[in-house]
Ligand binder design. Structure first.
Ligand code: ZN
Length: 312
């Protein structure tokens, strides 16, 4: 089963993905975006962005949490939100708390860590390299076409007040700047359940089941629970203790298909129509669920219930 999610979300006064800090100045992430201009040429805009890594981190934190709740295995690093992902033998053995044979690394990790089964890993050892590609796909959130030229990044001044204390000389009136941004952002997330619980790396054994059907289903359902909470609670980005964005979803399309079928990019305002047109031409038993107005929460709950029905 392949689930494709595309949406547009208005985020005001957000600092969800910061990059470097230079002295007392903290910068928002920017990405170069190329746009076709009216004269047929192209121009590049540097726009505020939220990285796919940041989205993947948020989703995997929830996945670890839901997996623990559902009594599915999670390694001791992923369960704390530390996604070193079996990067070498030392990390792997520390995360599983025992010695591991180099021979069957992928099967061992699939069995013992739901997060790495679904989110992939890269085991880089001299004698045995194993790469497992993530079963979900996401990317940069960038402003939509109409919002791009009007999206803003603005440094906000903050100060820490210490007047009247003996600390004023060293620490008083400390000034710092945090860049905040406001834009309508594109959101993309695809889930491919095909290889969850199956080997992928060794060409002779790719596709072989490591888990039982029952275990596979419960991992897929756990992933869906994580996605549901992720969308309902906007569980991406950082710096939310003092820069919690004012946000609202403007639209979303979720497709459910038997095989790879992605919803067209929400960069264009016509993406919902584009998705409907695409389905008329190509369909792998493809269902489209569309949110344009009304209750976003109800849409997410209803749609993910529909996905769950196709799992069972
Ligand atoms: Zn893990």
């Amino acid at each position: 089963m392949f689930i494709s999610i595309r949406g547009r979300v208005l985020l005001n006064a957000e600092a969800l993905n910061m990059t470097e800090s230079v002295g007392n100045y903290v910068k928002h992430r920017r990405a170069p975006i190329m746009l076709r201009e009216n004269d047929g040429g192209y121009a590049v805009y540097f726009a505020p962005a939220i990285s796919g890594e940041s989205i993947a981190h948020g989703l995997q934190v929830l996945l670890a949490e839901k997996a623990k709740e559902n009594k599915l295995p999670v390694c001791s690093l992923c369960e704390k939100g530390i996604f070193l992902k079996s990067s070498d033998k030392k990390v792997l053995e520390a995360s599983l708390g025992r010695n591991v044979d180099d021979k069957d690394v992928e099967a061992t990790i699939i069995k013992e860590c739901t997060v790495e089964d679904i989110g992939g890993f890269l085991y880089a050892e001299k004698k045995a390299n194993v790469k497992r590609t993530s079963n979900f796909y996401t990317g940069y959130m960038i402003p939509t076409f109409e919002a791009l030229k009007n999206s803003v990044i603005e440094p906000q001044l903050h100060s820490r007040y210490a007047l009247g204390t003996k600390f004023v000389k060293d620490q008083g009136q400390m000034l710092y700047y945090v860049e905040i941004s406001s834009a309508v952002y594109c959101f993309s997330l695809d889930l491919d359940t095909r290889y969850i619980g199956r080997l992928t790396f060794d060409v002779d054994r790719a596709g072989d089941l490591v888990l039982s059907d029952e275990e596979r289903k419960s991992r897929i359902n756990t992933l869906l629970e994580a996605v549901k909470t992720f969308l309902l609670e906007n569980s991406y980005g950082a710096k939310k203790t003092r820069f919690l964005p004012v946000s609202s979803w403007e639209s979303m399309v979720i497709s459910i298909s038997d095989k790879t079928w992605t919803v067209p990019s929400p960069f264009a305002s016509s993406y919902i129509e584009n998705a409907e047109k695409k389905r008329e031409k190509i369909s792998f038993n493809t269902e489209l669920h569309v949110f344009r107005e009304g209750s976003f929460e109800q849409f997410v709950v209803d749609t993910l219930d529909a996905v769950g029905k196709r799992v069972s």
